[in-house]
Design a binder for this molecule. Structure first.
Ligand SMILES: [Ca+2]
Ligand SMILES: [Ca+2]
Length: 171
């Protein structure tokens, strides 16, 4: 059981901050019909990276000023907005928001935190999950909410570890 807990802690799945909890692997979903903007919130990272929305370069983590705002356009309630981190210092690898199924390592690389009327998104820039600090490129998206993520690799792994623990306890 101890090993199960250790593994779960390593995955960051048991870390439970008190207030709004950033959800790793959530989508960014439009809250109500209307305009959406993205605002750069800074970066704590060694790697140089860029945040893209479709074909639009929004922010460069070491060059853009905090507070810089880009209007993304007008959207409908429930639209999923996909943002992409391009890690210039790592061969231009790209990671999209969401459950990570299409990412090079198959892992979720963005944490999405709910606030009143907006979300804050933080990317992890290291292949394989890195240090999971999700502060390597950060931005706010107005008029959005986080989705409840579908079961991703980490959740399934935890379920598997739990089953292993249960088997051990039975013996
Ligand atoms: Ca960092
Ligand atoms: Ca990191």
């Amino acid at each position: 059981m101890k090993r199960v807990l250790t593994a779960a802690l390593a995955l960051g799945l048991l870390a439970a901050p008190a207030a709004a909890v950033p959800i790793v692997g959530a989508d960014v979903v439009v809250a109500s019909d209307g305009a959406v903007s993205a605002i750069f919130d800074g970066s704590d990272a060694g790697y140089d990276s860029e945040i893209w929305f479709g074909a639009t370069l929004l922010f460069q983590n070491h060059l853009t000023s905090t507070g810089a705002t880009v209007a993304l356009g007008s959207f409908n309630t429930g639209d999923v907005l996909t943002f992409v981190l391009k890690v210039l210092s790592d061969g231009g690898r790209t990671y999209a928001t969401g459950n990570g199924a299409g990412n090079p390592d198959g892992l979720a690389h963005a944490a999405v935190e709910a606030f009143d009327g907006y979300t804050k998104v933080g990317f992890e820039d290291i292949y394989g999950g890195g240090d999971h600090d999700y502060n390597d490129a950060m931005f706010t998206v107005t008029n959005t909410v986080p989705s409840v993520p579908l079961p991703a690799a980490g959740v399934l792994m935890l379920a598997g570890l739990g089953a292993l623990g249960a088997m051990k306890r039975k013996r």
